[in-house]
Write a protein that binds this ligand. Sequence first.
Ligand code: ATP
Ligand code: FE2
Length: 334
Amino acid sequence: MVTILGIESTAHTFGVAVVRDKEILSNEKDAYSTKDGEGGMIPLEVKKHHEEVGEKIYKQALEKAKIKEDEITAIAFSNAPGLAPCLLAGMAFAKELSKRLEVPLIPVNHCIAHLEIGEITGAKDPVMLYASGANTQIIAYEAGKYRVFGETLDLGVGNFIDTFARFAGLGFPGGPKIQKLAEEASNKDELIELPYTIKGMDVAFSGIQTKLRTLLDKGEDLKRLSYSMQEVVFAMLVEAAERALAHTGKKELVLGGGVACNSRLQEMCKIMCEERGVKYFCPERPLLVDNAAMIAYLGETMFRAGISTDHNHLDQVDIAPRERTDDVEVSWKD
Ligand code: ATP
Ligand code: FE2
């Protein structure tokens, strides 16, 4: 029996989870947010948040999992990529615990964890459409590494949607609000024309942002704009994912990231997969957004493959804020 404690702290979310033999026993979190809900993250304030809630979330995770500290086999934490102060808070928490409990430490790449949690829904060798606030990437395993086949050339799709929502006075996070407005739009057969920007498997959103703002200033209906924005932007993401499926010959698509909670994006992905004869997988919301369960889950896979650092050698472990997905040595897969 292997019991892994996972810690997530790459950005606004501090999470702690317990995974035992690939089963999620708990998945607790507390996300930093500004009082006015206006978004915007000051990294040092987020770090302070993580330090303040750490102990509480840890206790909750053990309680929910109904386990005691001495049952923990090893500790996995997200060491990359992300905001340095946030990563440091998670690492300090993980190292202290590793020392105190005398159990090994496993550094985990956050983006790859988003992909590998897809295994829990049945995916074995998928292409992942990773659509979150800060990240928009198409990732798949090929020739010994996880490779980024396509990505955003400017903003992450979630940040792009949130920026537009804030401009429209909707507050933060904008994604769910825009989705609701899009659902309420009438005249759905009349799409407002927006720049469709995709090069190979890369996408870009800044042209759309400019156009949306101009149209809103001119008095265009926000519901129609939200609807048209979703149709165009999600079509770009689906096309990029479809190209990666064709390029790699893989037969599975898995979704990841907060924007993947959007039911219209899910629907469009499902349709594309049906048309291509590809299996579609979408983890539940708590596993789509930033969470510690995916860190513990990949941590278990890595631990079982012999990847961990002894608690006496913790100085060998560090954060890697800018680590790229294809920098990671994937020695746990065959
Ligand atoms: P990462 O560190 O992986 O980039 P993140 O912290 O930037 O993650 P997540 O927690 O994965 O982001 O997701 C947050 C984003 O998801 C926000 O931009 C939010 O607007 C967006 N989002 C949440 N629900 C929806 C939805 N229903 N439709 C569209 N976007 C959504
Ligand atoms: Fe994430």
